[in-house]
Design a protein around this ligand. Structure first.
Ligand SMILES: Cc1cc2nc3c(=O)[nH]c(=O)nc-3n(C[C@H](O)[C@H](O)[C@H](O)COP(=O)(O)OP(=O)(O)OC[C@H]3O[C@@H](n4cnc5c(N)ncnc54)[C@H](O)[C@@H]3O)c2cc1C
Ligand SMILES: NC(=O)c1ccc[n+]([C@@H]2O[C@H](COP(=O)([O-])OP(=O)(O)OC[C@H]3O[C@@H](n4cnc5c(N)ncnc54)[C@H](OP(=O)(O)O)[C@@H]3O)[C@@H](O)[C@H]2O)c1
Length: 512
């Protein structure tokens, strides 16, 4: 639990105090114990790619349950924490930390932790679970392939052989900085949102290009740094939802994971109660369950007070004094008719996102249409390979959180498939599950796996475990991370009474 000085005063902060108690109980009851330094970890041995929250969390679960891992990270040791080690100092969680409990031993000190706290928790996990000696830095994974026994080789055979693979390479790689005509004429400075610093913004006019979460975060940051003028230049409209745990959880409870005939209700309520006089900036064409919404309450206040302005339009280029924009009215699509304006700026912030890291090191058969990512089994297992779970790096849009319980659940499903062959799905059944989900979501305006909600994810997990009776004994372990001894003992028994070739068969691609 938090050290004494960090424990909240129950009289001054009763809710936070209760939250800390709850976290302590979760930590004590379901966090797997870190292995002792003399414990010999067993096979299946898992290769994990990436030291972000996903990779570190998955690794902590594996070693906590006694399974061996090696983590491969392309960056140096200061990359532990992944994207959070590279974003600007002011970044923090927009969603409540209850929705960002990536590991049961995580103990947050506040409802909305900042970057430092997030990094602190990931690095603590890395150290506590003895992952330092199992991490190889400056190691870019370029290819993976299987040997004759179906074991995974990472780049080449000198790096060991693994039974399972967790690519955890995230979705935010290098900053994306599009080039615009006239950039050389602009007299001020140009930064990517991840490089913005407080000192730079004070008293300056800022033009923020982009209308995503980074743009909204840059707006907040620039306002707190007392920028003299802030303009958000957004070419497409995205939904903004309030930073309110009840609203956010309720929205993630849409089990259908898509637009339904009832979607107009939350959309109507958001427009009338949250956007109010700013309804003009709410999306007119895009439903709430089609794209990841931004979570922020302050932005509306800042726009109302005139601290910032929201400009919908296309960027035509830069000039000496700012950004040339074709300002469009609501409902006019990108590139449509508008009004030319110059947005004055001392600093231009490119909140234009990040390049998506490539999964192309995986075998070719992982990308065979129509079963290319994100159209994979449970979205993370390529149908050809039940021994690969690419956690958190195939998703496109969602309402939920990247850093939550599902990292543990996905990891334990993989461990189940690796240790108990009778639970392992064949490519045929993985494809049928994908087909079924696609069929169920056929009326969705997005691709079936291009948008999902957290409850839909829970339904996928439930279906996966319930579908095959050999998986039932694993249910408690898969969902809560406890009780591994029971399925292990039953697997040993099954091996004795059901001697079948299946036990010797490993994931050898489509031929399984
Ligand atoms: C400013 C900002 C704020 C955010 N806020 C939130 C939020 O509030 N809530 C939320 O849910 N999400 C948020 N996100 C999304 C964020 O991506 C996740 O929260 C989470 O950090 C992703 O972790 P990850 O481990 O999956 O990926 P990453 O943190 O991106 O880690 C991936 C790691 O894999 C390594 N890697 C990639 N390719 C290779 C390779 N070929 N070989 C070896 N190593 C490789 C990378 O170097 C990196 O260290 C935010 C993102 C940003 C940029
Ligand atoms: N605290 C938080 O919750 C938080 C904060 C920051 C980031 N994040 C997460 O990090 C990820 C990245 O977010 P992000 O906001 O950095 O990137 P993003 O979601 O990809 O948004 C990039 C924005 O830049 C715009 N853009 C890109 N190229 C452009 C161009 N050439 N001209 C004009 N506009 C352009 C995009 O417009 P189009 O939409 O029209 O393409 C979009 O509005 C997301 O998963 C996000 O949820 C979360």
């Amino acid at each position: 639990m938090a050290s004494r000085s960090q424990v909240q005063n129950p009289f001054l902060h009763p809710l936070l105090f209760l939250y800390q108690i709850l976290q302590w109980i979760i930590h004590k009851t379901i966090a797997p114990n870190p292995p002792r330094s003399d414990t010999e970890l067993k096979r299946p041995k898992i290769a994990i790619i990436g030291t972000g929250i996903t990779g570190i969390t998955a690794a902590a679960h594996c070693v906590g349950h006694g399974f061996d891992v090696t983590i491969f990270e392309q960056g140096s040791s200061d990359q532990v924490g992944g994207i959070w080690s590279r974003v600007n100092k002011e970044s923090g969680l927009q969603i409540h930390s209850i929705m960002y409990r990536f590991h049961p031993s995580v103990t947050w000190q506040s409802g909305y932790p900042d970057r430092q706290q997030i990094l602190g928790q990931v690095r603590k996990l890395w150290k506590d679970y003895g992952l330092e000696k199992r991490t190889r830095f400056d190691f870019k994974v370029n290819k993976v392939y299987q040997d004759e026994l179906g074991r995974w080789v990472i780049n080449d055979t000198s790096n060991g052989r693994f039974d399972g693979l967790i690519p955890a390479i995230g979705t935010c790689g290098e900053p994306k900085i599009p080039s615009f005509p006239g950039a050389d004429q602009f007299k001020g400075k140009i930064y990517h949102s991840s490089d913005l610093s407080r000192e730079e913004a004070k008293g300056k006019k800022l033009a923020i290009i982009g209308g995503g979460a980074s743009a909204v975060e840059a707006l907040e940051f620039a306002a707190s740094a007392k920028a003299s003028k802030i303009s958000i230049l957004s070419r497409s409209d995205k939904w903004i939802i309030p930073r309110n745990i009840v609203v956010d959880v309720l929205l993630s409870f849409n089990i259908f994971g898509q637009e339904t005939s009832f979607s107009f209700i939350p959309e109507f309520l958001l427009r009338k109660l949250f956007y109010r006089d700013l309804e003009d900036i709410s999306p007119s064409e895009k439903g709430l369950f089609m794209d990841t919404p931004m979570v922020n309450s302050d932005v509306m206040d800042k726009l109302r007070k005139g601290t910032a302005e929201w400009v919908r339009g296309d960027i035509d280029g830069f000039c000496d004094r700012g950004v040339m924009v074709n300002r469009r009215a609501r409902g006019v699509p990108e590139g449509g008719p508008g009004h030319e304006e110059v947005i004055d700026a001392d600093i231009i912030i490119m909140a234009t996102g990040f390049k998506r890291p490539s999964l192309s090191f995986l075998p070719e058969d992982s990308f065979k249409e129509p079963y290319g990512p994100p159209n994979w089994y449970l979205q993370t297992f390529p149908p050809a390979h039940p021994s690969i779970s690419a956690i958190n790096c195939t998703y496109v849009s969602a309402i939920g959180s990247v850093g939550n319980w599902h990292i543990g659940i996905y990891t334990r499903i993989l461990l189940m498939f690796l240790t108990d062959p009778l639970t392992r799905p064949s490519p045929f059944w993985m494809q049928r599950w994908i087909d079924l989900t696609t069929l169920l979501k056929r009326s969705s305006p997005t691709g079936a796996f291009d948008f999902f909600t957290y409850l839909e994810l829970v339904w996928w997990f439930t279906f996966c475990v319930a579908f095959n009776p050999f998986r039932w004994k694993w249910a408690i372990f898969v969902f809560f991370g406890v009780g591994l001894n029971l399925p292990k003992a039953l697997v040993e028994l099954e091996e004795k009474i059901l001697p079948r070739k299946g036990y010797a068969v490993r994931d050898k691609g489509q031929s399984l």
